[in-house]
Design a protein around this ligand. Structure first.
Ligand code: NAD
Ligand code: TYD
Length: 358
């Protein structure tokens, strides 16, 4: 028995793989292209684990995916692979269209063919779980109700539009071909192994390096934040007991304006790693030009996954953010390698070792 995970060397995917293996579940075939966001160092602790089969490749490579499916006969495919950074999607949307839309389509096609070759029992048991985002629903006004699963799709950035398109393809493969799909739309994650281009890790890393803490616009945009391990537990729950064809919104009931996040991170750093000059890290806050088309507010109504599947986050924001700041302080080598690009060299060495087993 195996599962196939795409994008398992990225932030959420690597946390998922580590948690999955720690719980002793079946073999994970981990297909990742190792873009700038993929980092095999995230998976260093499972490098020698025979239940982790890393494959360096593109989920948009139909022949490779078909081969992996035939060889490993997974009972489920979990699709994390994506281009995930809104700012990059604004400066270069093409990669987002290729990866998030065309890549997901190619994966779906390969999975559909594989699924069609399975016994009736295996077909019924099979799951394709697509990991998506709350950003597909667009932006809320302050007093609007939080996003439910039936909220209309109104994506505003090339990132969210490409994720929305992939969600629609996944839905279509269920309705047209009967592929047993599940989709999760989750709010902003934070936690270990988060690439420091995203707000929370960027704040921690820049603060420590004495660099400015960039706040877009007035910093009053609101996001719902969920500790990454809670997202991973939600995905496991949906995979095992989610109703086929359904969408589940995942969130932490934890809406915060960006500026609150900045102040919280600064306060934790003041406590855990104070500046040598005794000044507060908030001195480094720098208001910068706003992101074009910046969504004002995201909020998740998580009642469906809570009531139907009995899922609840284990962390509050207070416990999760403290763990996260501490993790970054405890892993200066990981941070240094990401900043220097050294993780790419490490990836190259590691890849030579793992290539043969693909
Ligand atoms: P990430 O950018 O950290 O990781 C993406 C991973 O996908 C990387 O390892 C990258 O190498 C890999 N990848 C990219 N293109 C690939 C391709 N063509 N073939 C194979 N692998 C490829 O992203 P993340 O934050 O871990 O997000 C994972 C998924 O969760 C994405 O689909 C994202 O849209 C979704 N999501 C993210 C968040 C968040 O807050 N980060 C919230 C909700 C949903
Ligand atoms: P980000 O982590 O990029 O996630 P997303 O855009 O997917 O929500 O950004 C979170 C919020 O923080 C978002 O409103 C943009 C804002 N932001 C800043 O104010 N400064 C920054 O340097 C970054 C990266 C983000």
């Amino acid at each position: 028995m195996a599962i196939l995970v795409t994008g398992g060397a990225g932030f959420i995917g690597s946390n998922f793989v580590l948690d999955w293996l720690a719980q002793g579940f079946e073999t994970v075939v981990n297909l990742d292209k190792l873009t700038y966001a993929g980092n095999l160092q995230n998976l260093a602790s499972v490098a020698g684990n025979p239940a982790h089969l890393f494959v360096h490749g593109d989920f948009g490579d139909a022949a490779l995916v078909a081969r992996l499916l035939q060889k490993h006969q997974p009972r489920a495919v979990i699709n994390f692979a994506a281009e995930s950074h809104v700012d990059r999607s604004i400066s270069g949307p093409g990669e987002f269209i290729q990866t998030n839309i065309v890549g997901t389509f190619t994966l779906l096609e390969a999975v559909r063919v594989y699924w069609g070759t399975q016994s009736e029992a295996n077909k019924t048991a099979f799951r394709f779980l697509h990991v998506s985002t709350d950003e597909v629903y667009g932006s809320l006004a302050k007093t609007d109700a939080a996003f439910t699963e039936t909220h209309r799709y109104e994506p505003n950035s090339p990132y969210s539009a490409s994720k929305a398109a992939s969600d629609h393809l996944v839905r279509a493969y269920h309705h047209t071909y009967g592929l047993p799909v599940l989709t999760t739309n989750c709010s902003n994650n934070y936690g270990p192994y988060h690439f420091p281009e995203k707000l929370i890790p960027l704040l921690i890393v820049n603060a420590q390096a004495g660099k400015p803490l960039p706040v877009y616009g007035d910093g009053q945009q609101i996001r719902d934040w969920l500790y990454v391990k809670d997202h991973c537990s939600a995905i496991r729950r949906v995979l095992e007991v989610g109703r086929v064809g359904q969408v589940y919104n995942v969130g932490g009931w934890n809406e915060k304006p960006n500026l609150d996040i900045v102040h919280t991170v600064c306060a934790l750093l003041d406590e855990l790693a104070p500046r040598l000059d005794g000044k507060p890290y908030t001195d480094q806050i720098s208001f910068v030009a706003d992101r074009p088309g910046h969504d004002q507010r995201y909020a998740i109504d998580a009642r469906k996954i809570e009531q139907e599947l009995g899922w609840k986050p284990a962390e509050t924001f207070e416990t999760g953010i403290r763990k996260t700041v501490q993790w970054y302080l405890d892993h200066p080598d990981w941070v240094a390698n990401v900043q220097s690009g050294g993780y790419r060299d490490w990836v190259a060495q590691q890849y030579e070792k793992t290539k043969a087993s693909a």
